[in-house]
Design a binder for this molecule. Structure first.
Ligand code: 3PG
Length: 395
């Protein structure tokens, strides 16, 4: 892909697709990571004499003007974090946007209103994409985390202007390529989370690409149940047994080792500090639910990490949001962080829950790379082409 180094932006309005879909509670941004991550791109564009015009979606207003989903709510946060004046345009196309672009001074940034206030955004409507494209002379996509959407601002516009990847987009692509497309082997993937059914494509792709696949969370219960173990009242998809067996067969064919829990923590209910016992994976009492992997499993995972060169992680190993059932996730994350710091492992993680779990374990900064993407990270791991990436000009 072309990067900011390949295009001339001096004196030009640069239309930049960013992801400002940040969590907001009671009017305050609770996690500004996505805003912080766009800083290098915006600074670089300004240093090259370009005038950044930021284009983003916020939540899912479905083509309607929803006041609680206005990007004006986070304008001040963007201004504070970028450290330059940020002007707001009340619409992302038409007269308000055009006038604001024309009035934009060097040293200022323009933030356009939520692109999803228009139906044309998600429909990738040609007229709407043309109206967006009319606002700039160059297009930069820095929203890897929205690149799995073939929307007007992520895909359509790229075909209408000279385009380039922003610094965050570049960093994401580089890290994910190093982890999955051209990794140093052996590669281990950790996949956790609630359901096998939502991660079928992911598991199908990973067994062909990685040497070891560690399965955790509710998904592991489904695997244990498919092997004929009683999983008590655990969250498990019993109707997925055949699918699980197919995945196991595919893994065997591809010489990918699947690591399942060998011991489990079984609780009486889904509640912090609920009464719990640690038992072998085939011995969950029928009136209890598995909420975490046990210490023997953690030791096995640590051993796998020690023998690996690359780790790609998506999804917690247990009910990490309630103590003490975060123990396996925290211990495994710390092991990965330790090996990464010692230079033995390249570790890449992504997905909302995963990043929250790594933050809770206090190790997110020690990983080689933590993606800002949720759905896009998953689709990349599934081996899919991301439309927002594919549409960018090639080198
Ligand atoms: C995200 O939050 O993962 C991205 O901003 C994409 O948002 P979406 O799932 O609403 O398209």
């Amino acid at each position: 892909w072309k990067t900011l180094d390949d295009i001339d932006m001096k004196g030009k309005a640069v239309l930049v697709r960013v992801d400002l879909n940040v969590p907001v509670e009671d009017g305050s941004v609770t996690d500004a990571t996505r805003i912080e991550r766009i800083v290098p791109t915006i600074r670089d564009i300004m240093a090259k004499g370009g005038k950044p015009v930021l284009m983003a979606h916020f939540d899912r207003p479905k083509g309607k003007r929803v006041p609680e989903m206005s990007l004006s709510l986070i304008r001040e946060d963007v201004e504070r974090i970028l450290g330059v004046p940020v002007v707001f345009a009340d619409d992302c196309i038409g007269a308000p946007a055009k006038t604001a672009v024309a009035a934009l001074k060097e040293g200022e940034v323009l933030l356009l209103e939520n692109t999803r206030f228009h139906e044309g955004e998600e429909k990738n409507d040609a007229m709407f994409a043309a109206s967006l494209a009319a606002l700039g002379e160059v297009y930069v996509n820095d929203a890897f985390s929205a690149a799995h959407r073939a929307h007007a601002s992520t895909e359509g516009v790229a075909h209408r202007l000279p385009s380039a990847a922003g610094r965050l987009m570049e960093a994401e692509l580089k890290a994910l390529t190093a982890a999955l497309t051209e990794p140093e082997r052996p590669v281990v993937a950790v996949v956790g989370g609630a359901k096998v059914s939502t991660k079928l494509d992911l598991l199908g792709n990973l067994v062909r690409k990685v040497n070891t696949l560690v399965i955790g969370g509710g998904m592991a219960n489904t695997f244990l149940a498919a092997q004929g173990h009683d999983v008590g009242t655990s969250l498990a998809e019993h109707d997925m047994a055949d699918t699980v067996r197919e995945i196991m067969a595919k893994a065997e064919e591809a010489a990918c080792e699947i690591v399942l829990p060998v011991d489990v923590v079984c609780a009486t209910e889904f509640k912090a500090h609920a009464d719990h016992v640690t038992v072998p994976a085939d011995a969950c009492p029928s009136d209890r639910m598995i909420l975490d992997a046990g210490p023997e499993t953690v030791a096995r995972i640590a051993q796998v990490f020690e023998g690996a060169k690359t780790l790609i992680w998506n999804g917690p190993l247990g009910a990490f949001e309630i103590e003490p059932f975060d123990a396996a996730t925290v211990a495994a994350a710390r092991k990965a962080a330790e090996l990464t710091k010692a230079g033995h492992l390249v570790s890449v993680a992504g997905g909302g829950d995963t990043v929250a779990a790594l933050n809770a374990a206090g190790v997110a900064d020690d990983f080689t790379y933590v993606s800002a993407a949720g759905g896009a990270f998953l689709e990349w791991m599934e081996g899919k082409t991301l439309p927002g990436v594919a549409a960018l000009d090639q080198d």
